[in-house]
Write a protein that binds this ligand. Structure first.
Ligand code: PSV
Ligand code: MN
Ligand code: MN
Length: 426
């Protein structure tokens, strides 16, 4: 199914008058404060976030899935869902695939379909955290870290296979997230499993095409509860350095222990030119994978403040790959993703409104109060009208969720795809 954008524009006509009035008021206010509003809107419009194929079904918990029906049942339908999200929001211009869940039968056809929705392929994700049917060696006790050479070789080969599939689609990166770890002290020799992981990653890295990047994701705990081999950014950073210049650390917001200063991690990695990718979500306790900005929007703003600073001041760091990595079971997944996209763009826009020059001089003066005032001035600006403006100018919906609901898109998806849902989810 493809969205008929003229129906969206027709729907938006009713909302335009009030948007215009409020927008010009805000634009004037910001211009008076010295901001180049047109430039900010262009930056918002250019900011694209990838959608992972596993976030399109209601999932997110191992304990129960409560379907919203009409969920995508194959790769073509997953691409159609992201295409729809992109048509409405104009900010979801890429899809991230997980192998073996999303193996394309005909890569050329899938490539053309993706292009027809205005999408590109973001990072490919390998999966060595589950055993697949007919798999020879089990990952029960680890994959790239395994003390079983055969299991390790199998996991390395899987990652190489994923790269080859990605090449056919035009992807340019591989994200490796490993569940490898231990539930009990003494189970693993820390140095052995880290060394094995390092050797395995180097072998995968050796097979990376010239213009590809390797993203190494970290996570402190879960599924294992005593130790994880790549537990933190330091371990990921060390492994990326061992692999070489095309390997980077990937920060997933949910993969930190409570109260970790993620913005400081971002600053450090960007200074070192090693922040490759970013997974957005939100959490109260751990890797809860909740809607972005639903729990700690101010933290998200502080993280974006560092990202914006890094993008402007750290040419040694490549432009990071953005992706939403969130999925749970109580919202329509498409509406949930629209809320996440909005939260990401809001935090980004507010970070663009931080007066960097004034902040620098307040820091120089050690004027602690003024530093906070500057951040709060930006954070407390209601930027939603700027987001609306960027969307309309790009041909999207003024309010994606309103359009999605009023045009009864979920109902049409259920009619078209039926009630059963087979989308894979974590
Ligand atoms: C598991 O924590 C996880 O959510 C990681 O964040 C990965 O990026 C994702 O699954 C897909 O493998
Ligand atoms: Mn992730
Ligand atoms: Mn996760």
């Amino acid at each position: 199914m493809k969205i008929d954008i003229s129906r969206v524009q027709e729907h938006d006509k009713k909302l335009m008058e009030s948007h215009n009035q409020s927008f010009y008021f805000l634009a004037n206010t910001l211009e008076k404060q010295g901001f180049d509003v047109e430039n900010i809107i262009k930056k918002i419009a250019d900011f694209q976030v990838a959608i992972p194929s596993w976030a399109l079904g209601a999932g997110g918990t191992r304990f129960g899935r409560f379907s919203y029906h009409g969920e995508p049942g194959n790769l073509e339908q997953k691409i159609a869902d992201v295409g729809m999200l992109h048509a409405l929001t104009q900010s979801a211009g890429a899809i991230s695939l997980h192998i073996p869940w999303d193996v394309p039968e005909d890569p050329e056809k899938i490539k053309a379909l993706t292009k027809s929705h205005g999408l590109t392929f973001d990072a490919m994700n390998s999966n060595t955290f589950q055993d697949q049917p007919n798999q020879e060696h089990s990952y029960k006790f680890g994959s790239l870290c395994s003390v079983n050479t055969k299991a390790r070789e199998q996991a390395i080969q899987h990652n190489i296979d994923v790269i080859r599939i990605g090449e056919k689609l035009g992807s340019k990166s591989l994200t490796v997230w490993l569940a490898d770890g231990a539930n009990f002290p003494g189970q693993n020799n820390f140095q052995t499993v880290l060394k094995n992981t390092q050797d395995s990653l180097k072998q995968i890295y050796a097979q990376l095409p010239e213009d590809w990047k390797l993203f190494i994701e970290y996570k402190p705990y879960e599924p294992y509860f005593y130790s994880t081999v790549i537990q933190d950014w330091g371990t990921s950073f060390m492994l990326a350095n061992e692999c070489g210049p095309k390997a980077y650390t990937l920060v997933d917001l949910g993969h930190h222990l409570p109260n970790t200063n993620i913005e400081q991690i971002v600053a450090t990695l960007m200074m070192k030119g090693k922040l490759g990718g970013f997974h957005f979500n939100d959490s109260k306790y751990g890797d809860d994978d909740l809607t972005v900005g639903s729990i700690k929007p101010y933290s998200l703003f502080l993280i974006f403040n560092e990202l914006v600073y890094g993008m402007e001041n750290n040419p040694q760091n490549p432009y990071p790959a953005w992706m939403i990595d969130a999925s749970h079971n109580t919202k329509d997944p498409l509406e949930d993703l629209m809320q996440s996209l909005e939260a990401i763009l809001m935090a980004y826009t507010k970070a663009l409104l931080v007066d960097q020059k004034a902040l620098k001089s307040a820091q120089q003066e050690n004027d602690v109060v003024e530093c906070q005032e500057i951040l709060h001035q930006a954070y407390n600006t209601d930027v939603r009208l700027l987001l609306e403006r960027a969307r309309i100018l790009n041909g999207g919906a003024l309010s994606p969720i309103k359009a999605f609901r009023n045009l009864e898109i979920r109902k049409q998806l259920v009619l078209e795809r039926g009630k059963h849902s087979v989308a894979s989810g974590l």
